[in-house]
Design a protein around this ligand. Structure first.
Ligand code: OGA
Ligand code: NI
Length: 370
């Protein structure tokens, strides 16, 4: 079998038969990476080993950090709102990443959400396996590595996925152990999303409702990640380097750390701040803004300490009929000096490409360049 590595070159696997068998064994255990750790594993199985991890990854730079934006003063006076918009604009143009504080989601809700995800992954394996699936048309399911069979190396991570909007799910579809908090947290994230899309619209010099009116806030897809402690963290990754496909992602991480963003060819740590949320732009935002705003590559390191828990909420449609909506560079942002860089595409085309290529593939957006 031939797969594509992080740099886009072809990698050939020896002993393919064993690899496929090992992947299948892990999948069929329905217990994820957590199941391996619980079984007392002390060496990393070969399927998790990322070749050339030390040579292919860029240097780490700890002297810069992504911007932190305080949303608290937004309603106080016009001047502070304008200041916030200026900061958002700068962060979206340079980084495609920032953290927000005073965002109106109470810290106890954040803590309870992280705890709910931890409880889901740490519950009785027999209950959890009922949710195990690779059927991407399902609304709620749990598995390990959405690209298990297509990526060149497996990530040290399990995930519970939920499609939350535009079609509301039935609460009973959610696992009972974290049902109430997922519903509560989702309501808060939807509200925050609307605030952010307003700020982003203004940062693009568009009318404040512009991004909401073209349905950027309509779809919401949630990934609840669990990164178990790893016996040999230097050989693998928690999440391979990737670009989100969303318009915007609201990411909640616990205090363990390990998340990094690639900035000017260096990996920068996104250090946890208690009570803060990470906001990052995805490929759909870069596409509609004609690259005025950027989506950045990011990854999660595997670590000896753990578990690490995170909740990524992607504002974008999933595999639903609504995904037939077409998006291209916003007309107001295209000029003679700055002509359209991307084709008009449906959300479905983008995510189908993403799910076919997997996390480690060539950047999806490249595929839709004019
Ligand atoms: C993602 C992601 C980072 C994290 O789900 O797309 O980048 O901290 N997650 O889990
Ligand atoms: Ni991501």
């Amino acid at each position: 079998m031939v797969t594509t590595n992080e740099e886009g070159s072809k990698v050939e696997h020896e002993s393919d038969y064993d690899r496929q068998r090992e992947l299948k064994l892990l999948d069929e255990s329905k217990a994820g990476v957590k199941g391996l750790v619980d079984a007392g594993l002390s060496k990393l199985p070969r399927i998790f080993i990322h070749e050339n991890l030390s040579t292919s990854s860029s240097a780490t730079n700890n002297n810069v950090t992504i911007p932190v934006i305080n949303l608290g003063s937004m309603h106080e006076q016009v001047s502070s709102r304008l200041e916030i918009i200026e900061k958002v604009k700068d962060a979206c143009e340079k980084w495609g990443f920032f953290q927000v504080v005073n965002h109106d989601i109470p810290e106890c809700v954040l803590d309870e959400m992280l705890d709910g995800v931890r409880r889901f992954h740490e519950q009785d394996p027999e209950v959890k396996r009922e949710f195990y699936s690779r059927d991407i048309s399902r609304t709620v399911y749990y598995n390990t590595n959405m690209d298990l069979y297509t990526s060149p190396a497996v990530n040290w991570r399990d995930t519970l996925s939920c499609v939350l909007a535009p079609r509301p799910l039935h609460p009973l579809q959610l696992p009972s152990i974290c049902r109430d908090i997922i519903i509560k947290y989702t309501e808060y994230v939807k509200k925050l999303g609307l605030v952010l899309f307003e700020l982003l619209s203004e940062a693009l010099s568009l009318n404040p409702n512009y991004l909401k009116d073209i349905d950027c806030a309509e779809g919401l897809y949630m990934l609840n990640h669990y990164y178990p402690p790893c016996p040999e963290p230097e050989l693998t990754l928690g999440t391979s380097g990737h670009y989100d496909s969303s318009f915007l992602t609201v990411l909640l991480q616990d205090q363990v750390g390990g998340l990094q963003v690639l900035y000017e060819n260096q990996w920068i740590d996104i250090t946890p701040i208690p009570g803060a949320l990470i906001i990052n732009l995805g490929d759909l935002m870069q596409l509609i803004t004609n690259s005025k705003f950027v989506s950045s590559k990011h990854r999660v390191l595997a670590q000896k300490t753990g578990p690490r828990v995170s909740v990524a909420c992607f504002f974008r449609q999933h595999f639903q009929p609504e995904t037939s909506k077409v998006y291209g560079p916003i007309r107001e942002l295209v000029t003679e000096e700055n002509p359209a860089m991307f084709k008009d595409i449906t959300v479905k085309e983008l995510i189908t490409h993403r799910y076919t290529v997997g996390l480690n593939g060539v950047r999806a957006l490249e595929h839709f360049k004019l």
